[in-house]
Design a protein around this ligand. Structure first.
Ligand SMILES: Nc1ncnc2c1ncn2[C@@H]1O[C@H](COP(=O)(O)OP(=O)(O)OP(=O)(O)O)[C@@H](O)[C@H]1O
Ligand SMILES: [Mg+2]
Length: 372
């Protein structure tokens, strides 16, 4: 079976969205039909895809502007939680009247954006829709910033837990008995979610919401099993994005362990924002400095030389430190887990071309993952 899905995970701000877009671009430049589903991309990154505001429907990225011939193409989307939830309701919500009852419920809007795990869940739903459409050879899934890397993987269970036995029992009670105390039998997650919702309304209204949702839960769960199966299959690889910083590395390693535990296929680490080793030219010592031209005063010359030497040394120290960090990551990861370094650019990703620079650095990653 060939690779169809790549999921980019990692802790906050390490470059998940950037790496997803760059990997997607690289795959498209090697001839594949690719979609990248981004989550809240930084404005400049979204702009750099050259397609104006991203939306829930795929938009073609103008790769021709790069002047590289390819038979592949790249579509970009941004996850729209509300639109994806609405799609799920339309699909599993039963009769048109039943669907409307859910869509019109005052709590639906609130629940569809605030339920714990909802963001992750909807990202997976949208991924599955793209997968099922058959329009793409490869789909890149960016993931939301999570406090802990594991939150992404446990999201579906948390959301499924919403209709646990406690809640089912509560729903089976006569309406007059659906008090808060009866709900406390539910799991902690459910109770905390409901408390949040209830803060904004009455018990009666909440009960109505759950009544309306109950009908579609079966379909919803079936669907999440299908997504789970896809994410555990040989068609998927998880790519862990990290920086050389110790905290990010630690979290990436924890995530790798969790992937192994839950038997999800791990592709490799993208190590982003690596400081390149100084070029030989920058590896200067005072002996390498040219003669001071007569037109430059001695003190100005000395100050400039010190600045230059200092910068070269700092870059060397940083780069050595990061080489060490990569070695540690490799050692912790055991076995032959690939590491794909991506250099720190001088500016953030601000146009198609700067994204293409990162895409170029990820060519070995796409090459290796396609063969996995
Ligand atoms: N290699 C790089 N060189 C320079 N800038 C980079 C690099 N990688 C990412 N950036 C910049 O860093 C910022 C954060 O990157 P990005 O949005 O991809 O991180 P993220 O992990 O998706 O963040 P979040 O957890 O908030 O979703 C962006 O402005 C992006 O352009
Ligand atoms: Mg992001």
């Amino acid at each position: 079976m060939s690779l169809r899905v790549l999921v980019c995970c990692g802790s906050g701000g390490v470059g998940k969205t950037t790496a997803s877009a760059a990997l997607a671009m690289q795959a498209a430049l090697t001839g594949q039909r690719v979609a990248v589903l981004t989550i809240d991309p930084a404005k400049r990154l979204a702009d750099s895809l050259g397609i104006g505001p991203l939306s829930n429907t795929p938009q073609r990225v103008p790769l021709d502007q790069l002047g590289i011939e390819t038979s592949g193409h790249l579509d970009a989307l941004m996850l729209d939680m509300k639109a994806t939830w609405d799609g799920v309701v339309r699909r599993f919500g039963g009769s048109p009247e039943a669907q409307q009852r859910i869509l019109n419920n005052r709590y639906y809007g609130l629940a569809s954006t605030r339920l714990a795990g909802s963001h992750e869940y909807m990202a997976m739903q949208r991924l599955y829709e793209l997968y099922e459409s058959g329009d793409y050879d490869l789909i890149l899934l960016d993931t939301p910033p999570t406090r802990h890397a594991m939150e992404f993987l446990s999201a579906p269970q948390r959301l499924n837990g919403l209709f646990d036995e406690g809640v089912m029992h509560w729903l089976s009670l006569p309406r007059s008995k659906r008090g808060f105390a009866a709900l406390e039998r539910g799991s902690e997650v459910v109770v905390s979610v409901l408390k949040r919702l209830i803060g904004a309304g009455t018990m009666e209204e909440i009960a109505e919401f759950f009544d309306a949702m109950q009908g579609m839960w079966g379909g919803f769960q079936e669907r999440s099993s299908a997504v789970e199966a896809l994410l555990a299959s040989n068609e998927t690889r998880f790519v862990l994005v990290t920086t050389p910083a110790p905290a990010a590395r630690k979290e990436a390693q924890e995530f790798a362990d969790l992937l192994a535990e839950t038997k999800r296929p791990f592709g490799g680490f993208v190590v982003n924002r690596v400081v390149p080793a100084p070029t030989d030219k920058a590896r200067v010592s005072s002996a390498d400095l040219p003669e001071r031209p007569n037109s430059v005063p001695q003190d100005t010359w000395e100050a400039a030389s010190l600045t230059l030497l200092g910068a070269a040394q700092r870059q060397q120290v940083l780069s050595d430190g990061e080489a060490q960090a990569m070695a540690e990551l490799r050692e912790q990861a055991q076995g032959s887990v690939p590491l794909w370094p991506v250099p720190e650019l001088e500016a953030d990703v601000h146009d198609l071309r700067s994204l293409a620079v990162l895409a170029g650095h990820l060519a070995p990653a796409i090459e290796a993952l396609k063969q996995a």
